[in-house]
Write a protein that binds this ligand. Sequence first.
Ligand SMILES: NC(=O)c1ccc[n+]([C@@H]2O[C@H](COP(=O)([O-])OP(=O)(O)OC[C@H]3O[C@@H](n4cnc5c(N)ncnc54)[C@H](OP(=O)(O)O)[C@@H]3O)[C@@H](O)[C@H]2O)c1
Length: 327
Amino acid sequence: MKAYKWGILGTGNIAHKFARALMLLDNAHLYAVVSRDAGRAEKFAGEFGFVKHFGSYEEMLADPGVEVVYISSPHSQHMEHTLMALQNGKHVICEKPMSITAAEVSRMIDEAGRKGLFLMEALWPPFQPSYLNADEILKSGRMGELLHIRGKFAFVSPYDPELRTYNLAMGGGSLLDIGIYPVMDILRYMGEPEHVVATSVFAPTGADESTAIIFRFRDGRLAEAYSSFANMGGVSTEFNCENGNLILTRGRDRNQHLIIEMQGDVDDRIFTPPAQGYQYEAAEVMSCLDKGLTESPVVPLSFSLTLARTLDEVRRKAGIRYPGRDR
Ligand SMILES: NC(=O)c1ccc[n+]([C@@H]2O[C@H](COP(=O)([O-])OP(=O)(O)OC[C@H]3O[C@@H](n4cnc5c(N)ncnc54)[C@H](OP(=O)(O)O)[C@@H]3O)[C@@H](O)[C@H]2O)c1
């Protein structure tokens, strides 16, 4: 089995979780980490056992040993950092959202194509055991037709203009940070919507604190998505079918639940993957590289582009603006 030398770009919240998950994979070599602050990179390397640490993004990306890079910077920097990694010949998995606009996502995809390198958006839910089980049940036909989806992602993040989540210059706002998940769930099963209705409530910085969306699809189906930093609504997506409902949810305990409601029965299946399941997306990257693929069949680049285009349309309808990024 080939082991891949990973480089982690950025040492924030999600980078810690991803590094912990990488440690579970025998074919992942924790090779390098980079921070804008050399001391932070050294501490991170020590915590997880990375062989090398760097205080400049350019330096790590120039290291010929690094084969695949995980981009964990704020959304606003994803395009710049992904392009830098690709231009240095590295395969890339980039945190969600892939970038602020569909035009930027398209540029990233074009660059990966030009270089013949792997690129994937780090959309982790489709790799989770609860999602795989839901996919299997929906595909089996036993629930009948999927008729409607309603998804939400909401938690309280008290307003602080300094936080990434409220800072427009870092891509702040609930839609791109967490609303992307219910939107992803809807698009995975229903495709690209033909009509979008959306409205937001804004924080003083201009970041959307809450966003509510209704999608209509060509076949007449409807779906709704909601995101908020203003209430403890939690994380769930409900799939309403002819013969019953499937509900994918994450509890406060972080367990994944798949609840199947059918003919009066309720089957609550609980999944507790180690390291919160972040290893599965990393395993997918390496499995694709083993096969010589430049994108994942599970989260293909065409899906990331459709998602970004849909998020652009939601932003246009709701009036969510990122100054300098809205071309
Ligand atoms: N998949 C998931 O479940 C999940 C969960 C949370 C977040 N995310 C995504 O991951 C990305 C990072 O989120 P996070 O919560 O980890 O953020 P965070 O804690 O603020 O970390 C971001 C890191 O990016 C680096 N960075 C590079 N340029 C920066 C800049 N101009 N300003 C600030 N930091 C900069 C910093 O690392 P250095 O200073 O060390 O260079 C910083 O620690 C976001 O795009 C978010 O959507 C995904």
